[in-house]
Design a protein around this ligand. Structure first.
Ligand SMILES: [Zn+2]
Length: 397
């Protein structure tokens, strides 16, 4: 399988070590249900895992839960509930949404709050190495000492500063030596959860959480680390910086990022309120239809959801079901060619639209060839395992 690697901006072969692949996908801050943007991201990594498992590769997949940050503390305050209670309830709801969408269970979903002492240790290592500095109880990573900062996102300084502001950082923070320095540790305000550290009673920054959780759960270098492409900067850029500066020069082998889903002309996001929740779609159509809808989009191409997509995916699902109900059969060589065609599309940077084209062609041939009793492989036999790779199982009637 070849996966496009954000770090090199080119496709690179994914080679399992001892038949194993470790995959870390950045999870959510749990204070709401899953929306279609989440679904597109996690669906993509699920297809990667399913494809690898179909080849006998052992995949260990990890998706963290950011159960302490500014957002969850704010929402917990607004709703008058404890942040841990809110986080636990909402992450269970999110997990249910993803399970009902047919995603394979992840092997671990570590909570940020469970490993704060390790985060403190990691930050202390950065301070000792001179890569981070303390100011009034806050600790920042010093990007000036890390010339490679910006090499993952390939953005100039001005654009990074602007983007950091829109993604939760404060480039005007007077304690910072450089506007791009990012928070490793911050003192907690009154009433906020806090942990002891050499600098203040406080809590970790978001970026250090994922570096520590991924390094705790998976062998280094991590084979696949990814998420939505809005995480490239500053989140993953900063993860690389703090890993390398702490003595992990080879942190990740493949950075994989999934494009954003838009709705009503804007990126689908909580802050804009233009969300299509997974649950709403699952109330309307079978999960396999949603998976076919998602599969119709290449994971690196941003797209905009509109309801006509649901009807198109449903029509496709119906056509596949009808094809599987036919008595059509294929020769072993013919069936193998279809399988190879499908897998070669998936192996080419998860080209799910291309894989669907192979299935469309197979369905068309089955439906138009009329009943044929000859051949060794029935359409259903051929199609079912391929649909499984997309997480879109079809019951045969
Ligand atoms: Zn992360």
């Amino acid at each position: 399988m070849h996966l496009f690697d954000t770090a090199t901006a080119s496709p690179a072969p994914l080679i399992p070590r001892d038949g194993r692949i470790g995959m870390y996908v950045c999870g959510i801050t749990p204070y709401d249900g899953g929306h279609l943007g989440h679904a597109f991201t996690y669906h993509t990594f699920d297809v990667i895992a399913r494809r690898l498992r179909a080849d006998g590769v052992t995949v260990r997949s990890v998706r963290n839960v950011t159960d302490v940050d500014d957002d969850i503390l704010r929402v917990a305050r607004e709703r008058g509930v404890g942040y841990l209670e809110l986080g636990e309830r909402e992450s269970q709801r999110f997990d249910r949404d993803m399970a009902d969408l047919g995603l394979l269970d992840v092997d671990a979903s570590p909570r940020a709050t469970a490993r704060v002492p390790e985060m403190v240790e990691w930050i202390a290592r950065l301070v000792d190495a001179g890569a981070a500095y303390e100011s009034q109880g806050w600790v920042y990573f010093q990007v000036d000492l890390f010339p490679a900062y910006g090499s993952l996102c390939r953005l100039d300084t001005a654009t990074m500063v602007k983007l950091s502001r829109s993604r939760g950082a404060d480039p005007d923070d007077p304690r910072k030596r450089n506007p791009l320095d990012f928070v490793l540790w911050q003192p907690s305000r009154d009433g906020e959860p806090h942990w002891p550290s050499p600098w203040s009673a406080g809590r970790p920054g978001w970026h250090i959480e994922c570096t520590v959780l991924s390094a705790s759960e998976l062998a280094l270098p991590i084979d696949i680390h990814g998420g939505g492409d809005d995480l490239i900067f500053p989140h993953h850029e900063s993860e690389i910086a703090q890993a390398v500066a702490a003595g992990v020069p080879d942190y990740v082998r493949h950075w994989v990022h999934v494009a954003m889903v838009g709705y009503h002309g804007e990126k689908m996001s909580k802050s804009l309120g233009n969300l299509v929740f997974v649950r709403e779609l699952l109330d309307e159509v079978p999960a396999a239809v949603v998976r076919l809808l998602l599969s119709a989009h290449h994971h690196r191409v941003a797209w905009e959801y509109d309801r006509s997509e649901l009807a198109r995916a449903h029509a496709r699902w119906d056509a596949y079901g009808a094809a599987m109900d036919t008595m059509s059969r294929f020769s072993i060589a013919d069936a193998q060619a279809v399988r190879d065609g499908f897998m070669s599309r998936i192996d080419d940077d998860i080209d799910t639209p291309g894989a669907l084209a192979v299935l469309d062609d197979l369905a068309g041939r089955s439906l138009h060839s009329g009943p044929r009793g000859v051949g060794d492989v029935a359409t259903a036999q051929l199609m079912a395992p391929l649909l499984d790779v997309l997480g879109a199982p079809l019951a045969t009637g």
